[in-house]
Design a protein around this ligand. Sequence first.
Ligand code: ADP
Ligand code: ZN
Ligand code: ZN
Length: 758
Amino acid sequence: MSQSSIVQVAVSGPFLSPLDYVYVESEGVPVVGGRVWVPFRNKKVVGLVMSLENSTKFEVVKLKKIDQVIDAVPLFTAQQLNLFQWASQYYHEPIGEVVSAVLPKRLRMGEPAEAKGMTHWSLTLLGEQASQDELPKNASRQRAVFEFFKQAKVLNQHSFSATNLSQALKNWQPSVKKLLQMGWLQESEAPCLAHSVYKSSPKHTLNEAQQVAVDTVINELQSTSSGFCAYLLEGITGSGKTEVYLGMIEAAIAQGKQVLVLVPEIGLTPQMVSRFEAQLCIPVASLHSGLNDTERHCAWHVMRTGQAKVLLGTRSAVFTPFKNLGLCIIDEEHDLSYKQQEGFRYSARDMIVKRAFQEKVPVVLGSATPSLESLHNVNEGRYQHLELKHRAGNASLPSLKLLDIRGEKIQEGVSRPLKIAMQSCLEEGGQVLLFLNRRGFAPILMCHECGWQASCPSCDANMTLHSGKGHHYLQCHHCTEQMPEPECCPSCGQSDEFIKVGQGTERLHEAIQDWFPDASVLRIDRDTTRLKGQMAELTGKAQRGEADILIGTQMLAKGHHFPNVTLVGMLDIDQGLFSADYRAPERMAQLIMQVAGRAGRAEKKGQVLIQTHQPDHPLFATLITQGYGIFAQRALKERIEALLPPYCYQILIRAEASHPQDAMVFLHSLKSGLTLNLQKINYEVGKIQNDKDQIEFWGPVSAPMHRRQGRYRFQLLIQATQRKRLHQLMSEMVPYIYKSPLSRKVRWSLDVDPQEMM
Ligand code: ADP
Ligand code: ZN
Ligand code: ZN
């Protein structure tokens, strides 16, 4: 047999390394970083070529042949493939699953890498001459969509992509379809990166702290030894971090480089894109959950080919191939949405730092409330600290005040002093924001006669009462279970009198509207923003001052800029003080500072009132009198003492099954396997150097929510002071887990650096 090549291909499946194939030249020559069709379990699937190896080995004969080569040129560079390999090893995730996660759907299906463009819609001549009155009176959506096109035309804007329409209209798809059928609208293919007209906004002159931050990073960009360097940009809310990013981005672009910017998944991406385009006067590509497959493919394509200079995206955008990456930025780096919570459980924050390291470019992590991990990295000298301690422009930080509500009269969750403050805020023409992190009407429905509570048949959780559109119904917030509110008590059958215990945003909304009948009240939570475009519509209203009172869950806490909000009231946040999760205080402190940061962002000073039954709690004392920085340093000290992350490393193995013993047996066998393995490693290493240098097992124990969606859940935590040993132990074990018959009876997952113990 003549010399031939073994092609290592990553295909989706439980394989921790790529599979070997061979090729015959007539079907095309595969390239490293390009896709191929390969036979796999009686199917033809798309795989990514990770490497090629020359071989004259006899074994080659046994290997299957590649069916067809898809890409003649690589989609990914060697560095990018290295990043995927690293992620696969670090997260103990099959390489094929990593590759599936990084490829846009179109490319996973084997479509050509080149994106043709995306669909745009515009008025036809017929549509231009038509009038709204010709549409049926009750077709209000159609009228709105048609009117949008008409008005845009006056402003000289003719054609719109799906993203453009979603930003302006909700549920526009059926109406566009109808207007197409009527011949009033037409479809056309526009390039991936359509040049729009930018309403360029005047630039602010950076203040001193902003300038220092920008210059530090620019110097790194320009230095000849230019390479990796990580910065933590800690800037209080409203200090102008975005302005700083823009300054750095401009410098990178001036050098002909591309920039990757990650933002949290909170529906703010379109607004950020507009802000970036207005300042940079170039098209900015974006990737987020609101896009369709074509749009994703387009964004991916323009970055890979270098047609676009800036990509603004959520978590998974970190894997997008760039032609000439020069700078990485991650905004609100503490945000939990950067950790993928299912499947391939990577942290986009850690990935972007790793990527910057591999590609030798600077990375900037920005936040008003940095994660303890990043502050630890600053303390250790791994990250350089850049600080913005004052608000930009004429804005000043709001004053934070605790409202001791012990013994106070509380109505629908609102205390008298808060109500009075709301009254005077409204009289002064300000906007009020009420933060209540619980959607629905009431979290508990209880029988007045016997005490029965409505609970979910599939989960260990109460059903939340919702009062949507006149009818009341019960909904579980942990699964899809939904049912009507019972007419009489299912337990005692005696009573039709139910008590609604506790407050959700719907209930608060009703009460507030009663108390302030002349005020316009907007509720922003998952229920009011479910449809495409609703979030943008509501926050737009809030921003323009069209609402007097905003009620919101944590969706409203982050990133938004409501210049008129002068009073923020926080209700019912005490439960965060008593959580069993050791990260709860950190999250709570971040949330308080972020929500508080919505107040007084323009000229008028803001006030924040926090209702609590625990005014003496040390968390409040530190946070309110000394600020987040001191709070975080104290929290880090506690972590050292308790030997918790970031001073140790964790892997959480979860298992769930319809029969609890299946999950338990699986985790126990895993634990014994790991223990044996550990003894072996210890034996090979010699001995454990010191007592602290240990690997510990916690569990298996029942998960905090024992039953969910009808399955019983357990977990095993492995904790170590040395990351390397922990990973060595795990990587030897993982292949056995996949092979074990026990693992087939359960749903299991492996979470490296877990952020939530749920
Ligand atoms: P952050 O992201 O830090 O919360 P932003 O970047 O959103 O803050 O800026 C807050 C507000 O301050 C914005 O309205 C922005 O236009 C304004 N701003 C930023 N920098 C300056 C500056 N140097 N001078 C005046 N206004 C500024
Ligand atoms: Zn009853
Ligand atoms: Zn449920």
